[in-house]
Design a protein around this ligand. Structure first.
Ligand code: ZN
Length: 275
């Protein structure tokens, strides 16, 4: 009898392991600044769902079930959150805690810490341009959710670091930095369409790529940009070169990944996430 029970337990374990497919194992990091993978009810057409009013990325996992992949804002408190299906059904998921470290940065140019009124106006304009790019939601399926690294180089600054510039706390680090020398080529981590190119006060030369369904990459501080708005890029296409334009202490690549208009830890998408 005991042996039978043990066998049943084993088979139910392997069933649940089957239900959790490759994408869930790769992407389900439900912490503030992370990603929640949520199973959806079975139906012939892809379901639609929203989280905090933003439409969600929904894909078929292993040809067996629909999953929603939701970005969780960095300022979310651990606990229960909900996504909402098209028919109003609320599907809960739980957010676990994650600690983020602090980083102190010294800038010689105090304008980059506390900009004056004229620069603030420019910064506001640039911010709203980038905010609307992050709200893009196109119907295409991303070519790959296990992203290619945008550049060769070690990871230098992690996502979510609380940052102090000349002792003053500013926004936490919204992306992931790679150490790379000026001129190193940058590739798009997945296929996509170039939706914004700019030269900004904080980010310097910047490119936004829409991978589909609200999944967007942004790379910045480039020394040169090789693409234009409207370009359709194949996976691995060249975006430009590493530089130190904007608020940067030296050449490196800063990469943001946005999902449902939420900046999440890019390390998740290259299999380098550490809890
Ligand atoms: Zn950065």
């Amino acid at each position: 009898m005991r042996k039978l029970f043990f066998l049943c337990l084993l088979s139910s374990l392997s069933l649940s392991a089957l239900a959790e497919g490759f994408l869930t194992r790769l992407l389900n990091k439900p912490v503030p600044g992370g990603v929640a993978v949520i199973g959806l009810p079975e139906q012939p057409q892809a379901p639609r769902a929203r989280y905090r009013d933003n439409p969600l990325l929904i894909v078929r996992e292993d040809g067996t079930r629909w999953i929603a992949i939701a970005g969780i804002p960095l300022n979310t408190s651990p606990g229960t959150e909900h996504i909402v299906l098209a028919d109003g059904t609320r599907v809960p998921f739980s957010v676990k805690p994650r600690e983020y470290e602090s980083q102190h940065i010294t800038l010689k140019n105090q304008q980059q810490v506390t900009p004056d009124a004229a620069r603030l106006k420019r910064i506001q304009r640039e911010l709203s341009e980038q905010t609307s790019a992050y709200q893009t939601f196109s119907p295409r399926q991303p070519s790959n959710l296990l992203f290619d690294r945008p550049v060769d180089g070690r990871l230098s600054s992690a996502f979510g670091l609380r940052r102090f510039f000349n002792g003053e706390e500013r926004n936490p680090h919204s992306g992931l930095d790679f150490a790379a020398s000026a001129g190193t080529p940058i590739q798009t981590p997945a296929a996509g369409r170039v939706i914004l190119v700019g030269d900004y006060f904080f980010n310097g030369k910047t490119v936004f790529v829409d991978h589909g369904q609200g999944l967007i990459s942004m790379v910045c501080h480039l020394s040169a940009v090789d693409v234009q708005v409207g370009d359709e890029l194949e996976r691995g296409a060249k975006l430009g070169k590493v530089g130190a334009t904007g608020r940067a202490t030296g050449p490196h690549l800063h990469w943001n990944v946005s999902l449902n208009n939420v900046r999440v830890d890019p390390a998740i998408f290259i299999g380098s996430f550490t809890p």
